[in-house]
Design a protein around this ligand. Structure first.
Ligand code: ADP
Ligand code: MG
Length: 870
C-alpha cells in the first residue's frame, strides 16, 4: 500500500519535518484502525446475537418490544455493512475522482459522513446490545466528562482559547522543551550516565552504587540503638532490597530468627524477593523467600522473608508475638494500605513486650513525622536521594480518551526524543492489554524501519516469568515502554526510565459507609501521587514527564494527598481479625488515622448479621472459624455454611473461581467472536456462579490440561491459580472441621449456601425495598404482603425491568444493573431477586457474577438481618 510505503520512507528520512509527518500519519492511521476494528467487533457481535434471536423470532417467541429491538439490530447490521463497503470502496460509489482530485476526496468524505451520521442516529438506545468494548469506551468518556464537567465553563474558555484539530498531535504546554534538544548541562549529564552505563556493573558494584549504601553502617548503628526507626529515602534508593540484607549481614538472622519485610503489593513482594535472592546468590525460596496470599515461597531455611502486609497480619493469628522475627520492616509505609495501617497498631503493641525486636518503618516521602509521632517519637533516618531535574508537560485541553492520548504520546516520544525508556501509568490489566495491543498494531503497521519498541506490561496478575521482562536492560538502538499499574509509582523501580506519561488516574476500591456498598472505581490521582509519578523520570538522568491533563486540572481538580485506604474501605475483615486477636475495643484501637466510626459500626452490623459476632459484640464460634480463612467474611461464611447443605465441594470451587473471575476468559481481539461463542457453551442454569463451577469441573475432567484451555479460550494461568486457591481453602476447611461433601448437579443447596454469606449483596426488581422504612417491613414484604414466594405481580415486575434492566439493592434501594457479560442478561422471565459478587462502576453501577435467588431465602438464611423486628 502506497501510504504505508511512504510512511516507512519518511521514517527513514532524518529531517524533523518528515518525522513529524510520520507521526501525524501514524496518529490518523492508528485512530482509524482502532475505529474500524471496533466497528468490526460490534458487527460480529451483533451478527452473533441476531443468529440466536432469529430462532426466537421465527418461533414467535418475542414480545413486541423485543421484535422492535430485533428489527433495529437488523437495520444496524445493514447500515454497518453498507458503510464497510464504502470504506472498502466496493459499494460502487467510488469515482475515479475520489482517488485523484481534492474535490473528489472531499465528496467521498461527505458521503461517508452522511452514512456515519445515519449510523450514529441508528445507534441502539442505552442499555441495549452492550459489549465490553462499548462499556470500556463509555467509561473512558465518562471519566473525561467528569473531569471537564468539573471545570468552570468560563475558566475553560478563557484559559483554552483554541480550536482542537484532530489531525494534530497532542499539544503539550511549556515548562520545558519538547523539541528533542537538551541544555548543554543536561546533555553533559546524559553523556556521563551513558558512559557509566557502558561499564557493566557486577552485582556488588550495583549494590554499592545505591544511595543507601553510604549510610549502611550509620543505619545499623541507629538500628542497634533505637528499637523503632523511621527510614526515609527516595524511591529506588535501596530501602527494600538492601535494608533486610544489611540486617542479615549484621547478624540479626542468627539462631533461626527471621527478618520480615512487608510490601503493600503482591507483585512487589515477588519481584523484590527474586532480586534479593539473586543478589545473595541463592535460590528463591531458600534463604530469601516470599509469602503472598495463596502462595508461600519460603522454607525452613528462609531468613529474609518478603510478604504482603496482609500476610503478616494473618501471622498474628498463629503467633501473636511474631516470635520468629528479630526485625520487621514495614515498607512503603507511605502507601497507607489498610493492612499496613492495622499493622502499625499491632507491631507498636508487641514492641512493648519484646524489647529486642527491631522495627523499621520505611517510607518514600517526607511525611515521616506522622509515623515518628505515632511510634512515640521514634527517630527519623533521612537518606538523601539523587534526583535529576524533570521537565513537566501538560496537555492544552482535557484528552477525551487517555489510552489513545497515551499511545500518541508514546509514538511522539519514540520518534522525536533521544534515548531513554518510557513509563506509562494505567489503571488496570484491561487497560494495559488494550494499550499493548494498540501499540503493537501501530508498530506493526510501521514495519521494521522505525527503531524497535519493546513493550513490557506489569500488573498484579501478570505471570512472574513475564514480570522479569520489565527489568531486562534495553538493547542498544531499541526503546522500552513499560505499561504499569500504580505499582510502578513507588513499589518497583525500573532503571532507565527517562520519560513518564501520566494519565492521572488510579483504580481504587471505594466504600460508602452510608450505603454500605463498595465498588471499584477509576479515580483521579492526588497531586502527591502525580509528583511521585513524575519523579520516576528523573532517576537515571534528567527526564520528562507528560501529564495527559491540563495544568488547570492539576491545580484545581486533584486532591493534595491520597486518602488512606482505612478511611475509604469496608472494615469487616479487619474487625473480624482484630476480634479474633482478642482486641475487643475495636473503636479505640491505636490507629494512625481513625477510620470513620460509621464504617466500624457497619462492619459490626455485617459481622453480626453473618453470625460472626453475637448481640454483645463478642466473637462466636462461627466467627472464630470464619477468621481462619484469608477471604472476605461473606465468602468464609458461605464456605462454612455449605456444610449444612453438604455441598462444600461445589461452594469451594465457586468461591475460588470468583477470586479470579476477572481474568479467566481469554478473548483475543482477532478471535473474539469465536471466544465468546466458546464461552457461551459453558453457561449453566442457576447463574454465573454455576457457569464458573462448570468451567472448573470441565477443566478438571480434562486433567487440568493446558490444551483444553487453549481450545476453550480460557486463561490457563488463572485456572491453575484457582486450583491452588481451592486446595488451600480445602486445607483450611479441614482445620476448622468442615467436611467436604459434594452434591453434583444440584442447584438450590449451592445457591442457598452462597446466599447465607452474600445476602448483603442482593437486589430485587421491586421498588418498595428501602431502608427508610422500618426494617420489619422486609419480612412482611418478603413473606407476607406479596405472594407466597415473596414476589411482586408479573405486571409491575415487567414494567420495572423494561425500564432499563435496573434493580434495587435490598440494603438501601440503590439502583444497580446486571453486567452485560452476565448470563442473566435476557433471561426470561427476568429473575426477581439476584445475588451478585461485586459491583463495578463504569458508566453505571454494574453487578458482576450474578445468581438468581428466591426472595424467601433472605429471611430464612439471614434472620439477624432481615427479621430485625423479632
Ligand atoms: P527502594 O525500596 O528504596 O525504592 P529498591 O530497593 O526497591 O529501592 O531498589 C533498588 C534498586 O534495585 C533499584 O535500582 C532497582 O532498579 C533494583 N531492583 C529492584 N528490584 C529489581 C528486580 N526485580 N530486578 C532488577 N533490579 C531490581
Ligand atoms: Mg521499596
Amino acid at each position: 500500500e502506497g501510504g504505508l510505503e511512504a510512511t516507512k520512507r519518511a521514517a527513514l528520512a532524518d529531517d524533523r519535518e518528515a518525522r513529524e509527518a510520520v507521526i501525524d500519519d501514524l496518529r490518523l492511521r492508528s485512530r482509524q484502525e482502532y475505529l474500524t476494528k471496533r466497528e468490526q467487533q460490534r458487527l460480529d457481535l451483533l451478527k452473533l446475537e441476531i443468529e440466536d434471536e432469529k430462532i426466537l423470532f421465527r418461533d414467535q417467541k418475542m414480545t413486541k418490544r423485543e421484535i422492535e429491538a430485533y428489527e433495529r439490530k437488523k437495520e444496524l447490521i445493514r447500515i454497518m455493512e453498507a458503510r464497510q463497503r464504502i470504506d472498502d470502496g466496493t459499494d460502487g460509489y467510488m469515482l475515479p475522482d475520489d482517488y485523484i482530485t481534492e474535490q473528489g476526496k472531499l465528496d467521498r468524505k461527505k458521503r461517508q459522513n452522511a452514512l456515519y451520521q445515519r449510523y450514529e442516529e441508528s445507534k441502539p438506545v442505552e442499555g441495549q446490545f452492550v459489549t465490553d468494548v462499548d462499556q470500556w469506551e463509555e467509561s473512558q468518556r465518562y471519566k473525561t466528562d467528569l473531569r471537564t464537567g468539573a471545570m468552570d465553563r468560563e475558566v475553560v474558555e478563557e484559559a483554552y482559547d483554541y480550536v482542537f484539530d484532530e489531525s494534530q498531535g497532542i499539544q503539550f504546554l511549556q515548562e520545558g522543551r519538547l523539541d528533542g534538544t537538551l541544555t548543554a548541562e543536561a546533555q553533559a549529564m546524559l553523556d556521563q550516565i551513558a558512559a557509566a552505563e557502558k561499564k557493566a556493573m557486577s552485582i556488588q558494584e550495583t549494590r554499592q552504587s545505591l544511595p543507601i549504601y553510604e549510610f549502611r553502617d550509620e543505619l545499623l548503628e541507629a538500628i542497634a540503638e533505637h528499637q523503632v526507626l523511621v527510614v526515609v529515602a527516595e524511591t529506588g534508593s535501596g530501602k527494600t532490597t538492601q535494608l533486610p540484607q544489611y540486617l542479615h549481614e549484621a547478624g540479626y538472622t542468627k539462631g533461626g530468627m527471621r527478618v520480615g519485610c512487608t510490601q503493600p503489593r503482591r507483585v512487589a513482594a515477588m519481584s523484590v524477593a527474586a532480586r534479593v535472592a539473586d543478589e545473595m546468590g541463592s535460590r528463591l525460596g531458600q534463604e530469601v523467600g516470599y509469602s503472598i496470599r495463596f502462595e508461600d515461597m519460603t522454607s525452613d531455611k528462609t531468613v529474609l522473608k518478603y510478604m504482603t502486609d496482609g500476610m503478616l497480619l494473618r501471622e498474628f493469628l498463629t503467633d501473636p508475638e511474631l516470635s520468629t522475627y528479630s526485625a520487621l520492616i514495614i515498607d512503603e509505609a507511605h502507601e497507607r494500605t489498610l493492612s499496613t495501617d492495622v499493622l502499625f497498631g499491632l507491631v507498636k503493641d508487641i514492641a512493648r513486650f519484646r524489647p529486642e525486636l527491631r522495627l523499621l518503618i520505611s517510607s518514600a516521602t517526607l511525611n515521616a513525622q506522622k509515623f515518628a509521632a505515632f511510634f512515640d517519637d521514634a527517630p527519623i533516618f533521612d537518606v538523601p536521594g539523587r534526583r535529576f531535574p524533570v521537565d513537566m508537560f501538560y496537555t492544552q485541553q482535557p484528552e477525551a480518551n487517555y489510552i489513545h492520548a497515551a499511545v500518541t504520546t508514546i509514538l511522539q516520544i519514540h520518534t522525536t526524543q533521544p534515548k531513554g525508556d518510557i513509563l506509562l501509568f494505567l489503571t488496570g490489566q484491561d487497560e494495559i492489554e488494550a494499550t499493548e495491543e494498540n501499540l503493537k498494531e501501530t508498530m506493526y503497521a510501521l514495519g521494521d524501519k522505525v527503531p524497535e519498541l519493546i513493550i513490557a506490561p506489569i500488573y498484579a496478575n501478570l505471570p512472574s516469568e513475564m514480570q522479569a521482562k520489565i527489568f531486562e536492560p534495553t538493547p542498544e538502538g531499541a526503546r522500552k515502554v513499560v505499561l504499569a499499574t500504580n505499582i510502578a509509582e513507588t513499589s518497583i523501580t525500573i532503571d532507565g526510565v527517562v520519560y513518564v506519561i501520566d494519565p492521572g488516574f488510579v483504580k481504587q476500591n471505594n466504600y460508602n459507609p452510608k450505603t454500605g456498598m463498595s465498588s471499584l472505581v477509576v479515580e483521579p490521582i492526588s497531586r502527591a501521587s502525580a509528583q511521585q509519578r513524575a519523579g520516576r523520570a528523573g532517576r537515571v538522568g534528567p527526564g520528562k514527564a507528560f501529564r495527559l491533563y491540563t495544568k488547570w486540572a492539576f491545580k484545581n481538580e486533584l486532591l493534595q494527598d491520597t486518602i488512606p485506604e482505612i478511611q475509604r474501605t469496608n472494615l469487616a475483615n479487619v474487625v473480624l481479625m482484630l476480634k479474633s486477636l482478642g482486641i475487643n475495643d475495636v473503636l479505640n484501637f491505636d490507629f494512625l488515622d481513625k477510620p470513620p466510626a460509621e464504617t466500624i459500626i457497619r462492619s459490626f452490623e455485617l459481622l453480626y448479621a453473618l453470625g460472626a459476632l453475637n448481640h454483645k459484640g463478642e466473637l462466636t464460634r462461627l466467627g472464630r472459624r470464619m477468621a481462619e480463612f484469608p477471604v472476605d467474611p461473606m465468602l468464609s461464611k458461605a464456605i462454612i455454611n455449605s456444610e449444612n447443605y453438604k455441598c462444600t465441594h461445589e461452594v469451594l470451587t465457586i468461591i475460588s473461581m470468583l477470586q479470579e473471575s476477572g481474568s479467566l476468559l481469554y478473548r483475543p481481539k482477532d478471535k473474539r467472536v469465536h471466544a465468546d461463542k466458546a464461552h457461551k457453551n459453558f453457561i449453566k442454569p442457576g447463574g454465573d456462579h454455576f457457569t464458573l463451577l462448570n468451567i472448573f469441573e470441565q477443566w478438571a475432567d480434562a486433567n487440568y490440561s493446558q490444551q483444553w484451555c487453549y481450545e476453550n479460550f480460557m486463561q490457563y494461568k488463572s485456572l491453575v491459580r484457582v486450583r491452588d486457591i481451592r486446595d488451600q481453602l480445602a486445607g483450611l476447611c479441614e482445620r476448622v472441621e468442615v467436611i467436604i461433601e459434594s452434591l453434583p448437579n444440584e442447584i438450590i443447596p449451592v445457591q442457598k449456601a452462597i446466599t447465607a454469606g452474600y445476602f448483603y449483596n442482593t437486589v430485587s426488581a421491586h421498588y418498595t425495598f428501602s431502608t427508610s422504612v422500618p426494617l420489619s417491613i422486609y419480612k412482611s414484604h418478603i413473606s407476607g404482603a406479596l405472594d407466597d414466594k415473596g414476589e411482586g405481580s408479573e405486571l409491575t415486575l415487567q414494567a420495572r425491568i423494561d425500564k432499563g434492566g435496573g434493580y434495587r439493592t435490598t440494603k438501601n434501594n440503590h439502583s444497580v444493573y446486571v453486567h452485560p457479560s452476565s448470563c442473566l442478561i435476557g433471561m426470561q422471565p427476568p429473575p426477581r431477586f439476584i445475588l451478585y459478587y461485586e459491583l463495578v462502576l463504569t458508566s453505571k453501577e454494574y453487578m458482576r457474577q450474578c445468581m438468581p435467588i428466591e426472595g424467601t431465602w433472605l429471611s430464612e438464611l439471614a434472620p439477624h438481618y432481615f427479621n430485625k423486628s423479632e
